[in-house]
Design a protein around this ligand. Sequence first.
Ligand code: OOG
Ligand code: NI
Length: 481
Amino acid sequence: MNDASADSIRTMFASAVSDMYQAEAPQYRAMQALVAEVNRQTLAGEPQLKRRLTENNELERLDVERHGAIRVGTAEELSMLRRLFAIMGMAPVGYYDLSIAGIPVHSTAFRPIGESALRANPFRIFTSLLRLDLIADAQAREIAAKVLAQRDIFTPRCRTLIDLFERRGFDDGEAREFVLEAAKIFRWNGQATVSSAVYRTLHATHPLLADIVCFKGPHINHLTLHALDIDAAHSAMAARGMYPKAIVEGPPRRRCPILLRQTSFKARPEPVEFIEEDGRRVTGAHAARFGEIEQRGAALTAKGRALYDRLLAEAQAAVPLATDGANALAFNEELARRFAAFPDDDETLRREELSYFHYSVDPSARGSEPMSPPSLDDLLRTGTLRAEPIVYEDFLPVSAAGIFRSNLGEQGEEELVERADRRAFEAALGAPVFNELALYEEAETHSLGASLQALGVDRAASVQPPKTGAAPIGAAETSHN
Ligand code: OOG
Ligand code: NI
């Protein structure tokens, strides 16, 4: 009965959400046109990049969104979403504690896992759960809990379809219907479910509380496009008066990109309607929706990530970025200066185990006599074995906090007790989250093992860290055919 694959359902869903958001948010449409134009210019100036993207079939989907973000209010909403995203081949990966930045949520990213699913469509949904335990004001907490208890963000048909899928899968028609029902959850609804007074109370407590609680559902708050040259796209946004954030979040520009660089334009107030206690409708405003761009680089090992976190923290301590971003230039200079300590060539990144690599055998070397006894370095030097950086598919809590904060206005600066609670998050989710590092590690180990096996080199020796690879790692014990 499983006619439609998870990959194709995810692609249909991403496309439905994109159409919906384009129709809802004209500022997003404008950003989309601009990013497409800057991407075209980048391609025109870099024929090699164009060739690579063409070869990997990436050129035709250059303009499709890489992720979106939503915020939910209750455990029930989150666990139901886990079941819904599972149908699209999206699993919860990573735990992000945003209390580090005074934001009362914790999050995960629902995303595809595995090379072929990621290649088919990498669309992710960054999903945050409200933490009422971090809201100090008891009255606001009570109101929020009461309002949230009264809403159902899923249509009855959507719930029925999820049950149906879990029993026996979908046929094509059901898959298409499911995509439409699923997209509805995330649409914008300018009619608040509360009075302007309730909205004001919640907003004064924390702007995020108002955004999560006062509407019918978890509207998409942004979608994110791929920028081939994020600095060029960022400057172009500023030049067109699109109010980009002051800085590009993440590592500085490098020869060998690492992790994730991202920036967004700021949400602007849009009209909403409140229902007053006496039934009257009054018009107000709410700022929630924006657009973002991203550029991804290599996934870092725990060691590389620790170095990244340290250098970033040092830059932030040395030149604290002003709320209005007035010292962005000085901050960027400081960031670049600090990151000079982060090796910027693939070979050093690999030898020092700072980032993960995908190993593959040069097709022309396949089946040739194994060198005896070869080292990993030998194999790489002769080109028999190739090592390419594994792309980072996840998010960064400090960057995410920067994206949240620039869209909350000054009131988002509130101090919260910094308190990760992964256990509570997983209890709400109804499942553990995947450990992203374990996924990269497994991909690296698997690719190396498979490559060595194809070359007839002893696999057991391959688990030795690359650093020791200069020593012979042993000749084949069994002949390869
Ligand atoms: C999510 C912000 C985090 C990212 O790209 O880091 C995010 C939100 O504002 O709800 O999407
Ligand atoms: Ni984002």
